[in-house]
Ligand binder design. Structure first.
Ligand code: SF4
Ligand code: SF4
Length: 189
């Protein structure tokens, strides 16, 4: 029995060679149109000429969603010290067990604890955002807009308290305000 779909094929469509040639024509049309637009954009400097959906990364970046979860940072108090009170909530809730905190007494008696050490192993992190949600002090955020962090080793993916405290929130357009941290194993010798 002939299917409903094949019964709708016209006589011309049943000659598949014609359909293949039509498809090749459409592909070639898009290819040469986009190549011409890219030539205008990159060679002749016509910035309004945009080829297809190509983004000239890293010179151009697509706008990130405001709710994007990017590289973490530790929020600072006015005196520059961490807002974190080493309550361990984030370490406890983290499903990847990639937060390591060592608590110490805070010099200010009104603040119970301060993290002596606060490491996040980004090689294990799954960017779920649970640590941000769990924090009672709003001391950890994932709003730096930084996504291009990398390392040649697993140890280089461990971000320390000092590295996390040095980061700022992204600009209003979502672009990072802080440079991408470069771990020691990527610094030129
Ligand atoms: S984003 Fe998720 S996996 Fe990463 S450190 Fe926070 S809780 Fe852990
Ligand atoms: S939940 Fe917040 S205050 Fe508690 S240890 Fe984590 S970052 Fe610090």
């Amino acid at each position: 029995m002939e299917s409903g779909h094949s019964s709708r094929l016209s006589l011309r469509q049943r000659f598949y060679l014609l359909e293949v040639l039509t498809g090749l024509g459409i592909t070639a049309h898009h290819f040469f149109t986009n190549m011409w637009r890219h030539t205008l954009h990159t060679v002749l400097g016509v910035k309004s000429a945009r080829g297809a959906v190509t983004i000239q990364y890293p010179d151009e970046r697509r706008p990130y969603a405001p709710r994007l979860r990017s590289l973490h940072r530790l929020v600072r108090r006015e005196d520059g010290s961490p807002r974190c009170v080493a309550c361990m909530m984030c370490e406890t809730v983290c499903p990847a067990h990639c937060i390591y905190i060592v608590a110490a007494e805070h010099p200010n008696p009104e603040i119970e604890k301060v993290p002596e050490r606060f490491d996040i192993d980004l090689g294990k992190c799954v960017f779920c955002g649970y640590c941000v949600e769990a924090c009672p002090e709003d001391a950890i955020r994932m709003d730096t807009g930084i996504l291009e962090f990398s390392s040649y080793s697993r140890a280089g993916m461990v971000y320390t308290k000092e590295m996390l405290l040095a980061l700022e929130s992204a600009r209003p357009d979502g672009t990072p305000a802080s440079p991408v941290p470069i771990p020691p194993d990527r610094k030129p010798r």
